[in-house]
Design a protein around this ligand. Structure first.
Ligand SMILES: [Zn+2]
Length: 120
């Protein structure tokens, strides 16, 4: 591989900035970000990791287990009853994409039930 002087200089500069604790090289991708103590992963990768983690069955199991706790259930119930939550919920239900999704789900539910009735 041919070594380009400019790049070499750039890399040297970057290495210097890393050792000066000005920037950090992400350990999952090749992005540099501002130095923060103990942080070795850039925000994008952190978000990605979090999303991947949240998709895992053990995480979902943990969440639903947590939501089954009486104090959590009670808290959620109270939150759902708050005016703020209801307003948000209403606002959310007004969005075109949500309306469309709800209609689709209703349609599917209807057809599923209809099919069940026909099979009986
Ligand atoms: Zn990264």
């Amino acid at each position: 591989m041919e070594i380009i002087e400019e790049d070499d200089e750039e890399i040297k500069q970057l290495m210097l900035r890393i050792s000066n604790k000005e920037i950090t090289l992400c350990d999952s991708c090749d992005t540099f970000f501002d130095y923060i103590p103990q942080v070795t992963t850039c925000n994008e990768c952190k978000k990605k990791k979090k999303r991947e983690y949240q998709r895992r069955p053990e995480y979902k199991a943990k969440v639903s287990e947590y939501e089954q706790r009486p104090e959590v259930k009670e808290r959620n119930r109270k939150r759902r009853q708050s005016a703020e939550y209801k307003a948000k919920d209403r606002e959310y239900g007004q969005r075109p994409e949500v309306k469309e999704r709800n209609r689709k789900q209703q349609r599917e539910r209807y057809h599923r039930k209809k099919k069940l009735r026909e099979e009986e």
